[in-house]
Design a protein around this ligand. Structure first.
Ligand code: HEC
Ligand code: HEC
Ligand code: HEC
Ligand code: HEC
Length: 475
């Protein structure tokens, strides 16, 4: 191990010397920030136990481009059903197999995953975990532009962040996030790496310059370099960009669902792409005529550093007040004229003993416990489907003192309850207790009610008839 580190340090020093030589030869007038191997920490060389070895075709000593796109800050899949793909916790393990001296890890746009306050904290966690494990160069895509300048500043504040590059996204005052491009040394080659977002992307307080013009400028400044561009674009736009801007060595997309089976060629430019929410990771041995992909599935062991980051993020959520605590993002709709409030399952027990008993045995009654078991019970992203009325003053309270009836709320709103499907129950309970006929305050329960939670992502096998059979109840 220590031999390997020594070797890497030597390679690093050599790389630095070469980089300095290259810098001194001509490009010194607009010296690029150079990311040297010296910044690569030792910990990133530890390969977690049980990771399958790198496929034969990817072995060797040449530069290996490794990329993902549209990852949406997914640290790990939610685990609602078995066999879910993706997540940095696994992707980082796959990346760790490639020696830091030869891997060029690119994180294309679409990594941010939402504009809510907790989503920004998650994105920041994601970037730092990416930096600690993979030392990726990170691009800016449409999703990031959409966040606008205030949220981007907030997200990109502080230390330990990866190198951020964009050739065409700047603040309205003309300043840049990170760098316009960086120079990176891998396997004895020098790469100039940058990214572009679509000219049509918009975000408050941001200017998106023409991608073609922006790239032509960078290429003119580095005529002899291997220019690598991450572009958050679909395949047609990628091809058009390659035609309009000769001189790009490699274009990496982007907003494309399927992977390119082999690098596409436009003149001397090669184009590779895969998006797929970071569920697939792409590899391209520099200069070869084939790409390789790994589906990031549940056989890939966790990377311990990302696992730790996930735990820290969840602890952070537990200590934070969030806007979503007071803004219902939940799956229970409130009718505008609804005067009823949530009363909890136990208030139904006395009159609907059979339905109640059946429900208590169903998985719906365990929905909150499932989050507790995974330490995700403070995550608003999970609670929206796993408890009753999250974000409403009378619904489940994520943390702290609820507005009313702490007892009732904490005891039986921590599940998918009767009222998750039927709606608020207080009016019905009051009427029935007084022997009156219900005024029909309950909403009709239809398959669409189920599908607000049982969506394609979280319940791909959902079928109303067979699922209803498993929780069928009446009075
Ligand atoms: C859009 C709604 C939705 C969201 C958001 C959601 N879940 Fe789920 N979850 C479900 C549904 C529906 C099921 C049941 C799926 C099935 O069996 O078809 C489920 C099941 C589960 C299970 C039980 C799996 C089992 O084997 O019994 C776990 C654990 C779980 N979710 C964790 C999470 C976590 C952690 C998050 C947040 C990161 C989350 N869920 C977010 C809807 C959701
Ligand atoms: C004091 C007794 C009582 C309580 C408490 C009560 N119910 Fe009812 N409920 C009835 C009666 C009586 C009917 C009408 C007869 C029937 O359908 O069997 C009814 C009917 C219903 C119906 C079908 C008809 C409709 O009104 O839409 C649903 C659904 C229902 N109750 C759900 C609930 C839920 C959920 C709770 C707890 C929040 C609850 N009930 C609490 C007595 C009660
Ligand atoms: C508020 C969100 C929500 C709604 C609405 C909802 N479910 Fe669920 N459902 C869940 C969650 C979450 C789970 C997983 C619970 C667990 O295991 O942690 C689940 C689990 C189930 C399961 C058990 C699956 C298994 O793995 O055994 C069945 C069956 C089911 N739901 C049927 C339905 C039907 C039918 C409807 C509509 C009538 C419905 N659900 C509406 C959230 C919901
Ligand atoms: C996952 C969604 C879901 C949950 C949770 C749920 N129900 Fe239901 N319930 C339904 C559906 C669907 C029906 C049948 C369709 C209908 O009549 O609305 C139904 C029917 C009923 C009926 C009979 C209505 C009638 O007209 O005959 C009663 C009463 C009832 N539920 C009470 C309850 C009580 C009490 C609870 C909690 C202990 C509960 N339900 C939990 C979805 C749910």
């Amino acid at each position: 191990m220590s031999q390997r580190i020594t070797l890497i340090v030597i390679v690093g020093v050599m790389a630095l010397v070469i980089a300095v030589m290259v810098l001194n030869r001509g490009v010194s007038s607009n010296a690029l920030p150079t990311v040297s191997l010296m910044t690569v920490k030792k910990e990133s060389h530890d390969i977690p136990a049980g990771v399958l070895p790198l496929p034969e075709a990817l072995n060797g000593s040449g530069t290996l481009v490794v990329w993902s796109a549209h990852a949406g800050a997914r640290l790990e899949p939610c685990g609602c059903v078995a066999g879910m793909h993706g997540g940095l916790v696994r992707r980082a393990s796959l990346v760790s197999r490639v020696g830091a001296e030869r891997r060029l890890v690119l994180e294309c746009g679409g990594w941010s995953g939402g504009a809510a306050d907790y989503q920004l904290v998650r994105a920041a966690t994601y970037l730092r975990a990416l930096q600690r494990t993979s030392q990726a160069v990170v691009g800016i895509g449409s999703a990031e532009v959409q966040l606008g300048v205030v949220k981007l500043n907030q997200l990109l504040h502080g230390s330990d962040l990866p190198t951020l590059v964009s050739a065409n996204v700047q603040r309205a005052d003309g300043t840049w996030f990170g760098e316009r491009s960086v120079q990176i040394e891998r396997s004895g080659q020098v790469f100039v790496v940058t990214s572009v977002a679509l000219a049509s992307s918009t975000g408050a307080g941001l200017t998106v310059l023409d991608p073609e013009q922006s790239l032509l400028k960078i290429i003119a400044q580095h005529p002899k370099s291997l220019v690598v561009v991450m572009a958050d674009m679909d395949e047609t736009a990628l091809m058009a960009l390659a035609r309009a801007v000769p001189g790009i060595s490699l274009l990496v997309g982007g907003a494309v669902a399927g992977p390119s089976p082999q690098p596409l060629a436009v003149g001397a430019t090669r184009i590779v792409h895969v998006a797929n929410e970071g569920k697939t990771i792409g590899y391209w041995p520099w200069g070869s005529d084939a790409c390789h992909y790994d589906l990031v599935d549940d056989r890939v062991p966790d990377h311990p550093l990302v696992r730790t980051a996930i735990r820290q993020y969840q602890e952070q959520l537990a200590g934070m007040e969030l806007l979503s605590d007071k803004q219902p993002t939940g799956m229970t709709t409130l009718r505008r004229d609804d005067v009823a409030h949530y009363t909890g399952n136990n208030s139904c027990l006395i009159c609907h003993a059979t339905a109640h008993a059946g429900h208590a045995l169903s998985k719906h009654a365990q929905a909150y416990q499932s989050l507790v078991k995974k330490n995700y019970e403070y995550d608003p992203d999970c609670l929206r489907c796993h408890v009753v009325g999250p974000g409403f003053p009378d619904g489940f309270q994520r943390r702290g003192e609820p507005v009313a009836q702490r007892e009732v709320i904490q005891r039986d709103l921590a599940q998918v309850g009767c009222e998750s499907c039927h709606g608020r129950g207080s009016t019905h309970v009051a009427e029935r207790q007084n022997g009156r006929v219900s005024s029909g305050s309950f909403q009709p329960v239809t398959p669409a009610t189920c599908q607000r939670c049982h969506d394609l992502e979280n319940s791909p096998k959902f079928n109303y008839n067979s699922y209803w059979e498993r929780i069928r109840h009446g009075r």
